[in-house]
Write a protein that binds this ligand. Structure first.
Ligand code: XCC
Length: 655
């Protein structure tokens, strides 16, 4: 096997890893090989939060530890290995929550600017969703204009970040039983900022040193992400840019165009790229590109910015997280335009081997060696135009060393909660009833969210693909976001025809009747909140218990790498979902901490964590959990009895 084939299962990626090697360009794959992970840090046993250390308290290798040895395994301050592992874990969750929260805050402020007419070029696209939000938040509608209503909604949402008392408003969206549990446990978050600040304080040297307390506080912070910062971001983006509906597009490096100016948009926040999509189609801009010898301007996405633009505009995706440097290696990219999160600093080094300009646009995320062209929503059109002009001007510098892989795959995205509700809802009204019915009758065994990043510590895309195929083969409907959604799309799982090829008979019959793929793309990482909302809608529709923890559902991130992924995982667990991660597990250095998360949490929250690096085994942990929930609901028999006679098929088709 060629070496590159041991690093990815994606052909375009393999081809570009090889090209990078022959061009002398350094990528994440080379660096991952040269830099082995620190084993002590990987298991959560390194404490670097004060200058008496860093203290290393690793598990003893190759022998059983005596209680006396365990007692002595402490940091200089006396912190136990449990405290150290739990503190490290909660700090990561706080960082993930802070990242999603800061995105949500920027969106909320942007929303206010749009509502006040201070962001020319942007309008409210989804009036329906605005009005629903206003009703939910108790904002007076009357005969006020959308803009007046939006000002009030925006101000309420901005206040969610600095709220000192009370609870986050969106907690009320959760099933009642869940809300009561959070209150009883004292983990219902106040403001988003305050929870992050408190977590940073608790994990400071010499503060909270009871690992269970730390981990439960971690739930509070994580809930401030899932039911707070992330959910606010998703809601506002839908209101301003439109709630996604199914859209056909393409994915992989083959979406680049040899004869056009290729611009990659990479990061997470969509306000700049929304404007870039408009400017790239501007007649004057296209004429300008032609004057430089290009036939047009081709925008393509990377990471979650890609998901945002795909979901709402069908802008093609060039690739997922581990492909960000490789897209430059094609030699065909004029500009890599980045905002925040998941942007490798290595991009600049890779770009130095080609003509690509790396352009940072956000005041919070500059990169040494990149060109900074700050985006302002107050003159968005001009900002976007300046950036695209810089890219067009760079077309003449494109060298001869260009190779664009042929690979590109069709995909359908745009499955917001509203769309699922509508599509599955049949002829008369939108609801989750048919989904619940098909779960109860066993055609659909359960629902799984498979989300998260890529990680060069595992073969690129392989964990996702193995897991997702195993799940759908076993009649589990899969919902995806982030870079894992892209992995499935590249492999052709996000088209309706995939149902007949890969799904079990029951799931395939439902997908065929409704005309959906067996694997649904719900958007960017912040859109994991759509999964929370979908799960809640399933509970509210009835027949599947009265809490999220009763549902036959499970979550996974087989190739995770970012702190945001841990925040997401922890809010799913705290919302009652069994969640399994691959790659490595960051508290493995402490048996107590790991057992608490993997076992005791289920008693407390009805959801728990698991770690299983083998994606097939992980899929079966999820299926076992789904079956356990089916049994508890008394619907396990229905599944055994499913026989597909003509009448049932007709009934299904009438859905
Ligand atoms: Fe991808 Fe969101 Fe992970 Fe970053 S974090 S690598 S999923 S782009 Ni969300």
């Amino acid at each position: 096997m060629a070496e590159a084939e041991t690093k990815s299962i994606d052909q375009a990626t393999i081809e570009m890893i090889e090209k990078a090697a022959s061009d002398g360009a350094n990528t994440v794959f080379d660096r991952a090989e040269a830099m082995k992970p620190c084993p002590i840090g990987a298991e959560g046993s390194c404490c670097s939060i004060c200058a008496m250390g860093p203290c290393r308290v690793p598990l003893p290798r190759g022998k059983e530890e005596t209680p006396e040895e365990k007692r002595k395994r402490r940091g200089v301050c006396g912190a136990t290995v449990e405290t150290i592992a739990a503190r490290n874990f909660v700090r990561k969750i706080a960082a993930g929550t802070a990242s999603h929260g800061d995105h949500g805050r920027v969106m909320a402020r942007f929303f206010l600017a749009v509502a006040k007419g201070e962001a020319p070029g942007y309008q409210i696209k989804d009036e329906q969703k605005l009005l629903q939000l206003a009703l939910e938040l108790g904002v007076n509608i009357g005969d006020r204009s959308n803009e007046e209503i939006a000002v009030d909604v925006a101000q309420l949402l901005i206040a969610e970040f600095g709220k000192q008392e009370g609870e986050l408003l969106f907690l009320k969206r959760a099933p009642l039983k869940r809300q009561e549990l959070w209150r009883k446990l004292g983990v219902a978050p106040r403001g988003i900022d305050i929870e992050v600040v408190e977590a940073m304080h608790r994990t400071h040297m010499g503060t909270d040193q009871e690992y269970r307390d730390l981990l439960n506080n971690g739930v509070k912070v994580a809930l401030a992400d899932g039911w707070g910062g992330s959910m606010i971001a998703t809601e506002i983006q839908d209101v301003i840019f439109g709630t996604p509906v199914p859209v056909l597009s393409q994915i992989n490096l083959g979406v680049l165009k040899e004869d056009e100016v290729n611009i990659i948009i990479h990061g997470h926040e969509p306000q700049l790229v929304e404007m870039m999509a408009i400017v790239a189609q501007d007649h004057e801009m296209i004429e300008y590109a032609k004057s430089k010898g290009a036939k047009g301007i081709n925008l393509a996405g990377m990471c979650c910015t890609a998901n945002e633009m795909l979901m709402r505009h069908g802008v093609p995706i060039a690739g997922n997280f581990l492909q960000q440097e490789l897209v430059i290696v094609t030699g065909a990219v004029e500009a890599m335009v980045v905002d925040v999160q998941c942007i490798m600093q290595g991009l600049v080094d890779t770009a130095n081997c080609y003509h690509t300009k790396v352009i940072t646009t956000d005041p919070r995320a500059k990169i040494q060696g990149a060109t900074h062209m700050e985006f302002s929503e107050h003159n968005a059109f001009e900002s976007a135009k300046a950036i695209i002009t810089a890219a067009v001007d760079n077309f003449v510098n494109r060298g001869k060393n260009v190779r664009i892989p042929d690979n590109k795959t069709d995909m359908i995205a745009g499955f917001s909660h509203e769309t699922i509700n509508y599509l599955l809802g049949g002829l008369f009204r939108a609801s989750y009833r048919p989904l619940n019915d098909n779960i109860i009758n066993g055609r659909i065994r359960g629902v799984a969210g498979v989300v998260g990043c890529n990680n060069p510590r595992v073969v690129h895309d392989s964990g996702n693909l193995a897991m997702v195929k195993e799940l759908i083969k076993n009649d589990v409907l899969v919902l995806q976001t982030g870079c894992m959604a892209m992995a499935s799309a590249k492999a052709g799982l996000m088209v309706p025809e995939a149902a007949a090829e890969y799904a079990g008979e029951g799931l395939a019959s439902v997908c065929e009747a409704v005309g959906i793929p067996p694997v649904l793309h719900l958007g960017a990482c912040i859109d994991n909140t759509r999964i929370l909302i979908a799960a809640t809608a399933m509970v509210k529709d009835g027949g599947l218990g009265d809490d999220i923890s009763d549902l036959p559902v499970a979550g996974a991130a087989p190739e995770w790498m970012s702190e945001k992924a841990l925040a997401i995982g922890h809010y799913f667990v705290g919302s009652g979902v069994f969640t399994v991660f691959g790659v490595n597990w960051p508290t493995i250095g402490s048996k107590e901490v790991t057992d608490y998360l993997f076992k005791d949490f289920e008693e407390i929250y009805g959801g728990k964590w698991a770690f299983e690096p083998d994606p097939i085994k992980a899929a079966h942990l999820m299926i076992e959990h789904i079956d356990k929930k089916r049994k508890a609901l008394g619907i396990d028999k229905a599944r055994e009895r499913v026989l597909y006679d003509m009448e049932m098929r007709r009934e299904l088709e009438a859905v």
